[in-house]
Design a protein around this ligand. Structure first.
Ligand SMILES: [Mn+2]
Length: 238
């Protein structure tokens, strides 16, 4: 993949939490081509990236966008707090996250059934009639409907609600597109602070490496489907 004549640098950070002031950077992984660079200290990262030391366009997942973003504001804050001149200044950046939410349908629809306690006798009579089954008791009729539901044959009239849930984390999107059976190993990003406390640094780095690999794969698949004007808008200097 070539973006506006630049090579993508897939970029992800892991931290002990969400605050650029109170929390610490654990590691940063940058993947360019097949080459991984791993940084464990802000100073190392700053040294490598300062004044365009790496050439290419930084790609993140929720790194920084018009609404929010995490990685880049976090690093900016850390650099200010530590008196390190802002080392990503002038780099071009594209955040894949807002493009996914806008252009890729990652919504999962689930039917939320009514609680049994909310249904009265007349409700179940109505439902029994609609489903062509005999009404017996509230409990048994409900059970019968549930059984039909499992077979995909129940009509809940307007007693059930369709719940739309956006699944937009990188792991969710990756899994939806490339691993629908969920056969690969996933480490929940929320577990990182816990792993850090236990000193499991290698697991965290492995997780971060895996994230940038997945980011690359999602990006390469999705970008060709994104309108050009949106890429023009999305690619910004940091
Ligand atoms: Mn990550």
């Amino acid at each position: 993949l070539d973006l506006r004549g630049s090579r993508p640098i897939y970029f992800d950070i892991e931290t002990t939490g969400f605050s650029g002031i109170e929390d610490r950077l654990i590691c940063v992984v940058a993947l360019q081509g097949h080459h991984f660079s791993i940084y464990r200290k802000t100073a190392e990262l700053a040294e490598a990236f300062k004044q365009g030391g790496v050439s290419g366009i930084i790609i993140t997942y929720n790194g920084e966008n018009w609404q929010s973003g995490f990685d880049i504001p976090f690093l900016r804050t850390v650099s200010i707090c530590n008196g390190i001149p802002w080392f990503l200044k002038g780099y071009m950046h594209l955040d894949l996250y807002p493009l996914i939410t806008k252009y890729i349908n990652t919504c999962l629809y689930t039917e939320k059934l009514p609680a049994r306690s909310r249904l009265r006798k007349h409700d179940l009579k109505k439902l029994a009639f609609a489903n062509d089954i005999e009404y017996s008791t509230v409990g048994d009729t409900f059970k019968h409907l549930k059984k039909l539901h499992e077979e995909g044959r129940a009509d809940w009239l307007d007693y059930s609600k369709v719940k739309a849930e956006d699944k937009n984390s990188l792991q969710d999107v990756y899994q939806m597109l490339f691993d629908p059976e969920g056969s690969e190993e996933y480490i929940d990003g929320g577990k990182v602070p816990e792993l850090y406390k236990k000193g499991e640094m290698e697991t965290i780095v492995k997780h971060c490496r895996r994230d940038v690999v997945r980011l690359k794969k999602v990006c390469e698949a999705v970008l060709p489907c994104i309108p050009e004007h949106e890429l023009d808008r999305g690619i910004r200097d940091i």
